[in-house]
Write a protein that binds this ligand. Sequence first.
Ligand code: HEM
Length: 483
Amino acid sequence: MIRTESATAATAIPGLPPVPILGWRGNMLRFFRDPLTYLKQSQRTYGNVVAFAHGGNGNLLATVEDCPGTVFAFGEANNQAILTKTDVFQSSPMSSTQLGHAPTTRLLSGIFSMNGTKHRQQRRLMMPAFHKKRIEGYLTDMAAMTELLLTRWQPGSQTDFHQDMMELTLQIACKTLFGVDILHGDQNIGAMIQNWIKSNLNPLIMARVDLPGTPYRRFTRLSTELDSAMRAILDRKRASGVDEGDVLSMLIQSRDENGEQMTEDELVGQANILFFAGHETTANTLTWTIFLLACHPEIYTKVLEELDTKLGGATPTIDQLASLELLDRVIKESMRILPPVPFLLRVAMEDTDLGGYRIGRGSEVIYSPFITHHSPDLYPEPERFNPDRWLTIDPSPYAYIPFGAGLRMCIGAPFALMEAKLVLAMMLQRYRLTLADTKVDREVMITMSPKGGMRVLVQPQDKRPIDAPPAIQGTIRELVELP
Ligand code: HEM
């Protein structure tokens, strides 16, 4: 650990003791094995500003030099400080920008790794593609893709619901972001991106061993392929000169107030990041919402009644979606109790104060939607799935943060919410979905998903009240009160 003045200050922050013999690296093993337990234990034992390991640690997630340690910052006030002081608490470039491979660097150089003026300019250029009217135009495509999945499901069969939601949101993302229809023979950019994301999560790529069969070689190959596929899509769109209605068409046209537009490299980076940010998060929201409904038959039955009364079996229009108030609360509560992104990272760019402690320049700072949403001060009985709590509470933007808050808040939130609501309304009207799995474990790899998938029994929707669910086992029980 670097012995700077700020590093010394960081040692004053309380935190879990280093693991015997292994030191903070032992804590790192514990953290990556089960980050949510580690976060909960840190918060319950030490409060709202907690060192990852007492005495400091080296880099955990970011690639900044001279990192004096990692600090967890919990609670509404600390969220507000981190999310509003964006010059101090900056987003950190993803580690694999250090891989020394130009197409990889391009693919990873989207908005997530930008800060300051550059971040604001790129965000302004992206916003028009996510304006309300523009997003509403995606409803028809979203409904058509959902309809295809519903036609494919066989009544009486079991399916891996999480896998199905991953495929569905992938198809929707390809169509709405790039105008590419992967179901009808267009080049399979979706599969390419998925393989690339999976490969990117392999820590062995950081070894940079460029030999046949190594994870690095595989990853850089995938990057080269994906980069050229994206360029081909861009070239085709530019050549046609037509706004095809998708997000990328809009990004190509977008100009800021100085008439500046995105460069080719920026377009590739931003398009890739949009995909990265939007597809798995939405799939997990859909999966956890069905899980929670299936475990709470009374609420599930009321949702079915609402759908029946308001839609009568039809695919909802935009106005009808807005009228589904209970479904709205259900999704909101689902993202509170099981937020798809349970924690996020910033880096302190200067020595600063946070929650009464001095944080050294270069510190990694982690804020957590999960811990915030499970705070009993903000949400009484936090482990209880209770959509009706939203009839009486109105938390501040820093107390309910499934999409973050402030200048870096998720651009795609309205898009994701419209998609989630539409897909749920269509699915639940057609099929009676109940859990086939009795053991559900969580897995956190940036996003939180059910480990090994989640099996669901698909039956025709006969509108009977939903039966009590099987007794669910598994680590999900630590996050949600279940019957
Ligand atoms: C349920 C689904 C989603 C969830 C839970 C979610 C959550 C988040 C979170 C927590 C952040 C980070 C805020 C931070 O760094 O503090 C974020 C940022 C972002 N999200 Fe989403 N997101 C979802 C869907 C989408 C979709 C569908 C898109 C686009 C198609 C999208 C695009 C973005 C972008 C571009 C950013 C970066 C904003 C910036 O740095 O200025 N997200 N999202």
